[in-house]
Design a protein around this ligand. Structure first.
Ligand SMILES: [Fe+2]
Length: 208
């Protein structure tokens, strides 16, 4: 077995990037079409900011092998579409029994989690908060604060991401919106369609 060399990166809070990363990808506002309930408000933002970066990920990926690990940093813009806070597209791991860890560096976020059968959990993430995303949970980050949300993360290198699971259900079961008091609350997503039990069972049975 060939050894992999140790890696090191620097979490640059100001830029929200991992210095020393091997990969970077960005999502612009144009890329986030269809995620938000208020389509008119979203269209207005795209008209002004279509090519601006809504969130970005810089990561260090030694390999995609089972047993290896990907580490990185994500940075999200603050803001709202209508009353709904900016969010990431979200996913379940393509190998759904893989977990993930998020750690708050700056800003205030919410990790929105949904089980395949539609149970919802929320975890508020501030600086120095560590959030464990267990296997089999769909997860999405939401920036509920006034500043950029910067988090570090780590997950098994062979996890993969399945984004369609959310789109096929009409979105996640909950939306994270302004509570009118400077905070956030989770409300029902009217477009949500529960997954058929056979699909839930198939996902929960997936192992490697
Ligand atoms: Fe993930």
């Amino acid at each position: 077995m060939a050894l992999i060399e140790p890696g090191v990166g620097f979490v640059d809070i100001a830029s929200g990037q991992l210095k020393g990363s091997t990969n970077r990808y960005v999502k612009t506002f144009r890329d986030l079409d269809g995620l938000y309930e208020d389509e008119a408000a979203f269209a207005a933002i795209v008209a002004r900011r279509a090519d601006d970066v809504a969130y970005e990920v810089t990561d260090y990926k030694p390999s995609a092998n089972a047993g290896d690990m990907i580490i990185g940093v994500t940075r999200m813009e603050p803001g709202k579409v209508g009353n709904e806070y900016y969010l990431t597209r979200g996913h379940i791991h393509a190998r759904p029994n893989r977990p993930e860890m998020y750690y708050g560096e700056s800003g205030l976020g919410v990790m929105l989690l949904e089980s395949p059968s539609g149970e919802i959990r929320t975890v508020e993430i501030g600086p120095r908060t560590m959030c464990y995303v267990p296997p089999y949970w769909i997860h999405r980050s939401v920036n509920v604060g006034p500043d950029p949300l910067v988090m570090t993360f780590a997950y098994p290198a062979d996890s993969g991401q399945d984004y369609d699971i959310i789109a096929k259900a009409g979105g996640m079961k909950s939306r994270i919106v302004d509570d009118g008091k400077g905070g956030w609350k989770a409300i029902d997503n009217a477009a949500y369609r529960p997954r058929p039990q056979a699909l839930v069972d198939a996902i929960m049975a997936m192992k490697d």
